[in-house]
Design a protein around this ligand. Structure first.
Ligand SMILES: Cc1cc2nc3c(=O)[nH]c(=O)nc-3n(C[C@H](O)[C@H](O)[C@H](O)COP(=O)(O)O)c2cc1C
Length: 175
């Protein structure tokens, strides 16, 4: 079965570190994401320090599990000038979303669990993270992926919904 069908958000973790080689494969998965104009405007911050994870947990009411996650990976966008032809990069949110999802899927492949925590475009979260980690202004923390060994197995359900599928024309239910 594809890991796509096994992925569920995991928010409770065993107190067990994640091996460095697994972290590196997660990062490689992020770097393999599709990217508009192949700009690949991403940078990845890896956080394992307990104090830093606790700090992140306090930056959003929905990020508390980060304190107990072994690792947090933060895909960031590099919006620095001169990255490409000088034109504005209008696709970076999609690029960073693709990188985030790639990492979430590789997390399943590695026998780990993780959750995507929304960061950009919530200004207070971006500001708090950027200040804590001393990010330059052109580096935007896009999402936080809290991950580790899952404390319990995920419950899987089939979410396929034929009512939302349209063949050839909106509302047409068969081919
Ligand atoms: C953009 C985005 C932001 C999210 N932010 C949070 C968050 O702040 N905290 C959290 O616990 N889950 C967050 N999630 C996870 C969703 O709650 C989760 O994907 C959704 O409930 C579906 O469940 P599943 O991931 O198990 O399929 C976020 C997901 C996305 C795509």
């Amino acid at each position: 079965m594809s890991v796509i069908f096994e992925r569920r958000s995991v928010r409770s973790f065993l107190p067990k570190p994640v091996e460095q080689e697994k972290i590196e494969r997660l990062l490689k998965a992020g770097f393999e994401a599709p990217s508009a104009n192949n700009r690949r405007p991403w940078e990845f911050i890896v956080v394992t320090d307990a104090g830093d994870r606790k700090a992140i947990a306090g930056m959003s009411p929905y990020a508390k599990m980060t304190a107990d996650a072994a690792v947090a990976i933060i895909p960031c966008a590099d919006l620095g000038e001169g990255k490409a032809s000088g034109e504005e990069d209008i696709w970076w949110v999609q690029d960073l979303s693709a990188a985030t999802e790639n990492i979430l899927l590789q997390i399943v492949e590695e026998g780990l669990g993780g959750v995507w925590l929304g960061w950009h475009p919530v200004k207070s979260r971006v500001k708090a993270f950027s200040e804590h980690f001393g990010l330059p202004g052109h580096i935007i923390p896009f999402s936080i992926i809290a991950l580790g060994y899952p404390a319990k197995p995920s419950v899987l359900v089939n979410r396929f919904d034929p009512a939302k599928v349209h063949y050839g024309a909106y509302g047409k239910k068969s081919r």
